[in-house]
Design a binder for this molecule. Structure first.
Ligand code: FAD
Length: 291
């Protein structure tokens, strides 16, 4: 199918975007990389009269460290993040997760801000942001807001973003010496949205994990931080017993929603497989550093 007819605008300033959104209300949609929006138009799941292409807005594709945080502008593409030396150095979790996002052609156009604004619970960036305690920057006619990622993703495809606001970027803490990061996911075919995925952001003091942040994708209506499992792991040496205890707690704690291919029990099981895998890798990684 083809998309219904629509008008197209390519504003050059945020003020112009906000004026268009105010004028057209629900008849308008913001267009970034188009990798989700155009598919929904082609399937006629939505029929906006106006697309507001924000890719001409200046200054929104930066990737830079400022004030001890890594800032990524909304218009940075998945590929730009994947190939950024700044990201590799300061946010290795994102560099690990990026190749799991769809295929190269989609990563070349799809954007950081589009993925965050869309709020797909199976997407990689929201899950990483939540694991990293990232902060989403939004801007609207009333001004700018900064929202903790854990508060931003509220329900299925539902975020704290207001209809007249844009995601303009997000920031996250830069990696420090005691940090260990890991990302893995299980999908039916490479490039498909994953059935389940896990981002780990852990901090170690010697062999002890002082903090283990876990961000799951594909197991809930939003990216999921299983706090009981995290609490159990913090302050522990990640030996086999600690990992098994965490996997058991995780299975009790998660309440996944089944989908077309995997029921809730399968997702719970796959999540525990990922947890064992990544905590084992964290333990091995720390031992190698200490040796
Ligand atoms: C076949 C296929 C496979 C895919 N697989 C994956 C995958 O495995 N993992 C994954 O994470 N993604 C996947 N995607 C989605 C892809 O990553 C998209 O790029 C991303 O979800 C949306 O980014 P975009 O820039 O393309 O946004 P668009 O498609 O342009 O917009 C998406 C939505 O967000 C809104 N929006 C966009 N930018 C902003 C902004 N700055 N502020 C406010 N609202 C905004 C739009 O109005 C629209 O509602 C896949 C897509 C396809 C087509």
């Amino acid at each position: 199918m083809k998309a219904p007819a629509f008008d197209y605008a390519r504003p050059r300033t945020l003020a112009e975007v906000f004026a268009l959104l105010r004028e057209h209300g629900d008849d308008a949609r913001v267009l970034a990389g188009g990798q989700t929006l155009l598919a929904t138009l082609n399937m006629r799941l939505s029929e906006p009269r106006l697309l507001i292409d924000i890719t001409g807005l200046p200054g929104l594709a930066d990737i830079a460290v400022r004030d001890g945080r890594l800032h990524i502008g909304a218009l940075a593409t998945h590929t730009a993040i994947e190939s950024s030396a700044v990201v590799a150095e300061h946010a290795p979790l994102l560099a690990q997760a990026a190749p799991h996002i769809a295929h190269r052609a989609i990563r070349n156009s799809g954007t950081w801000g589009g993925s965050i604004a869309y709020g797909d619970p199976a997407a990689e960036w929201p899950c990483c942001l939540v694991a990293l305690d990232g902060v989403v920057h939004v801007q609207g006619p009333q001004g700018a807001r900064r929202i903790a990622a854990t508060d931003f993703f509220q329900d299925l495809y539902t975020t704290a973003l207001q209809p007249d606001e844009l995601v303009v970027g997000a920031d996250l803490p830069v990696a420090t010496r005691g940090d260990w990061f890991g990302f893995d996911e299980l999908s039916r075919r490479h490039g498909d949205y994953a059935v389940a995925g896990l981002a780990v952001a852990a901090r170690f003091d010697g062999a002890v994990a002082t903090r283990v942040n876990l961000g799951f994708l594909g197991v809930g209506a939003t990216p999921v931080r299983p706090r009981r499992t995290e609490d159990l792991l913090s302050g522990q040496v990640l030996d086999a017993a600690a990992i098994e205890a965490a996997a058991a707690t995780l299975k009790a704690e998660l309440d996944p929603v089944g989908d077309l291919t995997s029921n809730a029990d399968t997702k719970r099981h796959l999540a525990s497989v990922l947890l064992r895998r990544l905590l084992g890798a964290a333990r091995a990684g720390r031992s190698a550093l200490a040796a």
